[in-house]
Design a protein around this ligand. Structure first.
Ligand code: PEP
Ligand code: MN
Length: 342
């Protein structure tokens, strides 16, 4: 950390800062300029007490962080990158993984029709919410345990791995009984008790970015999962809330490139929540490949007009098949190939 002391601070007040820095467990190195003194505080910023509180001293102008706040998630800690094994596929390797399925599991017919269609088109993981976080309490909240049962049936028939959301710490064990990958939703991405419970479940976790989360906060949420013993973390960019209203969210593809640079974790893109419009999903998938994403999670419904949630952004099976076929040259250009089921 660098502590910048205000110009013309009397020497005894500079000494006070130096004493405080030492008190907090750092080695202070004052650098005295003609007008201003800065104190370089040497020590591990992730384990020592924070020096940021020194801004409370009137003679301190600013405190600047040098070290990143995440360690286990940082690219330096694993330069070769992490491959997550889930549902019979590798996520984060050379193969590009397509996950697809309905926003919500609605019925056996709806789920099975979708599962067969997305598998035929090239998806290797089936998505589908049994527990749905909805903006209004009067909207469809998912089938709960019945939805999980249908997902397990779909896996049995198709061999597709299952990614499904867990909303509450209380349900983690139960949902982990069915899921190959636990999804932590945007609304829960900083629910730290849920993060810890998911980490301890032993199941791979797909961590969405919260809708107003900074990249650093998202990576720190991933750090929670890693710090609680779960190395199998997949980051998912799903758009953030901005002032724009042509789209539901603003898909932040720069965040994907940054997450790939900053961390060793696989990163997937959810273009469906990312823009909230079926007509944009295909082009955003191309963009996701171009910025280095390791996969996609796309909403597909046999009849989007009748969907119980997110109908406006779900693709029908022919549109999804066309999308996957369209990706081929983009994957080739990026040196990737579509992950296949083993
Ligand atoms: C979803 O995947 O259907 C969903 C609710 O996602 P998010 O948490 O990103 O809004
Ligand atoms: Mn949805």
């Amino acid at each position: 950390m660098i502590i910048v002391i205000r110009p013309h601070t009397p020497p005894e007040q500079v000494e006070e800062v130096i004493r405080e820095v030492a008190q907090l467990g750092y080695t202070p190195n004052p650098i005295r300029g003609d007008f201003q003194t800065v104190v370089a505080a040497i020590g591990d910023e992730t384990t020592h007490a924070s020096l940021e509180s020194l801004t409370a001293l009137p003679q301190v102008e600013r405190v600047l962080r040098v070290q990143k706040r995440y360690k286990l998630a940082s690219r330096e800690s694993r330069p070769e990158g992490t491959i997550v094994h889930a549902g019979g596929v590798e996520i984060g390797g050379r193969d590009f993984v397509v996950m697809a399925g309905p926003c919500s599991v609605e019925s056996e017919e709806q789920l099975m029709a979708t599962a067969r269609a997305v598998k035929a088109a090239g998806a290797v993981i089936l998505r589908g919410g049994a527990y749905k976080p909805r903006t209004s309490p009067y909207e469809f909240q998912g089938l709960g345990p019945e939805g999980l049962r249908l997902l397990a049936d779909a896996r049995r028939e198709t061999g597709l791995g299952i990614v499904t959301e867990v909303l509450s710490e209380r349900d983690v064990e139960f949902v982990a009984g069915t899921a190959d990958i636990l999804q932590i939703g945007a609304r829960n991405a900083q629910n730290f008790q849920l993060l810890v419970a998911c980490a301890r479940s032993g199941k791979p976790v797909l961590l969405k970015r919260g809708m107003s989360m900074r990249i650093e906060e998202w990576l720190l949420a991933a750090e929670y999962l890693l710090a609680h013993g779960n190395p199998n973390v997949i980051l998912c960019e799903r758009g953030i809330r901005t002032f724009e209203n042509y789209t539901r969210n603003t898909l932040d593809l720069a965040a994907v490139a940054i997450a790939k640079q900053e961390t060793h974790l696989p990163v997937v893109v959810d273009p469906s929540q990312g823009c909230g419009r079926a007509d944009l999903v295909k082009v955003l998938c191309r963009g996701a490949i171009a910025v280095g994403a390791d996969g996609l999670i796309v909403e597909v419904h046999p009849n989007p007009a009748e969907a119980l949630s997110d109908g406006q952004q779900q693709l029908d099976p022919p549109a999804f098949a066309a999308l996957v076929a369209d990706l081929e040259p983009y994957l080739q250009a990026g040196g990737r190939s579509l992950a296949r089921q083993r």
